[in-house]
Design a protein around this ligand. Structure first.
Ligand SMILES: C[S@@+](CC[C@H](N)C(=O)[O-])C[C@H]1O[C@@H](n2cnc3c(N)ncnc32)[C@H](O)[C@@H]1O
Length: 258
C-alpha cells in the first residue's frame, strides 16, 4: 500500500491510521493501554502530536527535509509512532527495534525494517547509519548502566550531526505520585525527590532478572542537570521541551557531536 501520495493533513492521517478502518492492524485497546498508558482517540492524538514534534524538530535542527531521512524508532513497541511516517518516507527509510519479541509481532504488517534488540546493546541491530532516531517513553524506564549502554549504541548508529530525540520524566512524575509510584511510602518519595533535585539519576527497578548485574527496566526520572553533565560527552543538548500532549514526558533534543 502506498501512503506517500495521500493528500491528508496530519490530523486526518492520524484519524485514518488509528480509526475503525485503519489500513494497518492495531492491537486491542487493552494491549495499547498496557504498552502506552492509554488507547483509542486519546492515544491517537498524543501520537500525532509526537510525530509532528519529531518532524518539526528534525527540519528545524538538521535544516533538512524529513523526506530524505533514514529513521529509527528505538523501543518501537507495536509501532504506533513509526507507522505515521509512511506518509513522509518510503519503507526502505523506516526502521524500528525493541527488546520485546512478542510486541514486535504487531510491526509485521508495517512496511519497513523491524527487529529485536539487546536490552544492554553494544550496537544497534542494523548495519546502517541513521539521520534521526527517537525513543518515546524508553529512557523513562531504563536502569542507569542500561541507559548508558543504549545511549552509546544510539550515538554509534547516528551520522555525525544526526538528531536524537528521547523523552524523560519531569520532577512531577515523582511528586504527583502517579499509578507507578503510589505504593511507595512518603519518606521514599521525599528521598527520590531529594535525589532528583540533587541532579542524580532516579531509578526504581521492577522485579525482574538482572542483565550483566543490573535490572534493566523500571521507572526512571533523569534530571536536566544529569543530562547536561553526562550526555554532553556524546551529544550537544539542543533543547528540553515539555510535551504538551503528555505532561509526564519531556522531549530532549540532541545532536551527535562531531
Ligand atoms: C512504554 S513502552 C513505549 C513503546 C513505544 N516507544 C511507544 O511509545 O509506543 C517502552 C518500550 O521500550 C522497550 N524497551 C525496554 N527496554 C528497552 C531497551 N533496553 N532497548 C530497546 N527497547 C526497550 C519496551 O519493550 C517497550 O516496547
Amino acid at each position: 500500500m502506498d501512503f506517500l501520495n495521500l493528500s491528508l493533513n496530519d490530523d486526518e492521517w492520524g484519524d485514518l491510521m488509528f480509526g475503525e478502518s485503519a489500513p494497518l492492524a492495531l492491537p486491542p485497546d487493552l494491549l495499547q493501554t498496557n504498552w502506552c498508558g492509554s488507547s483509542g482517540k486519546s492515544l491517537a492524538a498524543q501520537t500525532v502530536a509526537f510525530y509532528q514534534l519529531i518532524k518539526h524538530s528534525y527540519e528545524q535542527h538538521a535544516g533538512l527535509p524529513i523526506k530524505n531521512v533514514k529513521l529509527l524508532d528505538f523501543g518501537c513497541g507495536w509501532g504506533r509512532i513509526i507507522r505515521l511516517f509512511l506518509k513522509d518516507i518510503v519503507p526502505e527509510q523506516i526502521y524500528g527495534c525493541d527488546v520485546d519479541r512478542d510486541i514486535l509481532q504487531w510491526c509485521q504488517s508495517i512496511p519497513g525494517n523491524f527487529t529485536v534488540s539487546e536490552p544492554r546493546p553494544k550496537t544497534l541491530p542494523f548495519s546502517t547509519t541513521f539521520d534521526l532516531i527517537y525513543a518515546f517513553s524508553v529512557f523513562t524506564h531504563l536502569g542507569k548502566e542500561t541507559h548508558m549502554d543504549c545511549l552509546r549504541a544510539l550515538h554509534a548508529g547516528l551520522r555525525v550531526g544526526g538528531i536524537l530525540i528521547v523523552t524523560v520524566r519531569p520532577r512531577e512524575f515523582i511528586s504527583s505520585r502517579g499509578i507507578e509510584l503510589r505504593n511507595l511510602p512518603d519518606h521514599e518519595i521525599d528521598n527520590l525527590l531529594g535525589r532528583f533535585d540533587d541532579g542524580q539519576y532516579v531509578h526504581i527497578p521492577y522485579v525482574m532478572e538482572p542483565v550483566r548485574g543490573e535490572i534493566p527496566y523500571g521507572d526512571t526520572a533523569i534530571p536536566e542537570q544529569y543530562i547536561l553533565n553526562h550526555w554532553q560527552l556524546f551529544f550537544d543538548v539542543i533543547d528540553f521541551s515539555p510535551f504538551l500532549a503528555d505532561p509526564m514526558q519531556i522531549s530532549v533534543i540532541l545532536r551527535k557531536k562531531q
